[in-house]
Design a protein around this ligand. Structure first.
Ligand SMILES: C[S@@+](CC[C@H](N)C(=O)[O-])C[C@H]1O[C@@H](n2cnc3c(N)ncnc32)[C@H](O)[C@@H]1O
Length: 389
């Protein structure tokens, strides 16, 4: 079977994430085809298994099954009596798809369904694609269908959506949690999910977030079946993370809660905690350090230099500590900021924070992975580092 995956805004990050998740959770053979706007995967796995894998992802909008013809989708639907449906079009020729032509096409599909005794209503896309909320709220996946048309280089391919991103979960973690500290900066929940997935850990393994803040990484990790160590220098962040985890667990979003949240200063590590960490089995680290208060305009070089030097010392101390913890097959996924200054972008080099005992994952080129909103003045570079044994 052939499946499609529609990546979000940061394509390279999504691509790295899906490669990691498939290699962790799919043991049968599969084959990826990458193109700019979507990713195709040949796999023997069932739609249920592929949907479960998709539900783990943070960097994707939807996934579905590829069909040779629209008629095959309509044949499947004709078992139902009443459906809501819609269409999303991905194309290099958007001018070929006017609002009127989309409406005519949807009317034709409606007539076709009627001829098969299926009564239907359709949703018009905003532009060329339906958004996740439209698909979810109108039950297009379970009680109808979203037809997806890929029209590139004059060739059309059709698909039916199997899953769309869990926008409710991401927005709950980002906006509804009881404790938050906007001054410190909050990691987007989708990015936390991608970072965790880049670690390639199996359910039940443990990750550490040493700059947990309000706990985005712990909340997402626990939801994905991992165990969590979370720490922060700030006692308010420690208590807040604890509270947020209890809140998520109380809302039945967590099956098991296996976590330990503690106060820890990476720059002045407490000897007792370090010796406990030495005896604790953990398998990966995902974290974003303090990168300064939210920024709304370009920075002076002096300010960026100061913030970057803070990040540099947090990471260099952290990695030195990790080197002394006898970790085996250990990976760290970290955010390194770039700041837009009056003299261009500024960042720090990886050499200044990690020793030669760490290597950047070979399938990812240094600097390729980043998370950025188009107009933002902070760019988050994502690095996957593995400890050489
Ligand atoms: C950007 S925030 C983390 C945000 C978090 N990922 C979230 O989504 O809420 C960085 C955190 O690093 C913590 N921090 C700063 N210096 C630290 C240090 N020396 N040791 C440990 N944590 C520190 C801050 O208290 C802050 O909570």
């Amino acid at each position: 079977m052939k499946y499609f995956f529609i990546p979000g805004r940061n394509y390279d990050l999504s691509k790295a994430e899906i490669v990691s998740v498939f290699s962790t959770f799919i043991s049968s053979n599969y084959n990826f085809q990458f193109s700019d706007r979507y990713i195709l995967v040949d796999s023997k796995e069932s739609p249920e298994v592929i949907t479960r894998v998709f539900n783990r992802l943070g960097g994707f909008l939807s996934c579905g099954l590829i069909y040779d013809d629209v008629d095959l989708i309509i044949d499947e639907i004709s078992e139902l009596q009443r459906v809501t449906f819609g269409v999303s079009i991905y194309t290099d020729l958007p001018k070929n798809y006017s609002k009127d032509s989309i409406k005519t096409f949807l009317e034709q599909l409606k007539d076709l369904l009627k001829s098969k005794e299926v009564s239907s209503r359709y949703l018009m896309p905003n532009g060329l694609t339906l958004d996740s909320a439209q698909v979810l709220h109108n039950h297009l996946i379970d009680k109808g269908f979203e037809l997806v048309i890929f029209d590139f280089k004059g060739k059309k391919t059709f698909g039916r959506t199997l899953g769309v991103q869990n926008i409710e979960f991401f927005s709950k973690v980002e906006f509804d949690k009881p404790y938050t500290n906007k001054e410190m900066g909050v990691l987007p929940a989708k990015l936390a999910t991608i970072m965790i997935n880049l670690l390639g850990l199996k359910d039940g393994e443990t990750i550490w977030d040493p700059f947990c803040g309000s706990g985005t990484v712990p909340l997402v990790a626990l939801s994905n079946g991992l165990n969590v160590l979370a720490s922060d220098i700030d006692v308010k962040a420690v208590e807040g993370t604890q509270k947020n985890i209890e809140w998520l667990a109380a809302g039945n979003q967590l099956n098991t809660v296996n976590m330990n949240v503690f106060q820890f200063d990476v720059l002045n590590p407490d000897g007792k905690i370090v010796s406990t960490l030495r005896k604790t089995a953990f398998h990966g680290l995902a974290s974003e350090p303090y990168m300064g208060p939210p920024q709304f305009k370009r920075m002076s070089v002096t300010k960026a230099t100061k913030l970057l030097s803070g990040v540099e010392s947090l990471y260099s101390n952290l990695f030195l500590l990790l080197e002394n913890l006898k970790l085996y097959r250990f990976k760290a996924v970290i955010v390194v900021p770039s700041y837009k200054t009056f003299k261009g972008w500024m960042t720090i080099s990886l050499n200044s924070i990690v020793s030669k005992k760490w290597k950047v994952e070979s399938n990812l080129k240094e600097g390729d992975l980043h998370w950025k909103r188009s107009d933002s003045i902070i760019k988050r570079n994502i690095f996957v580092l593995s400890k050489k044994n």
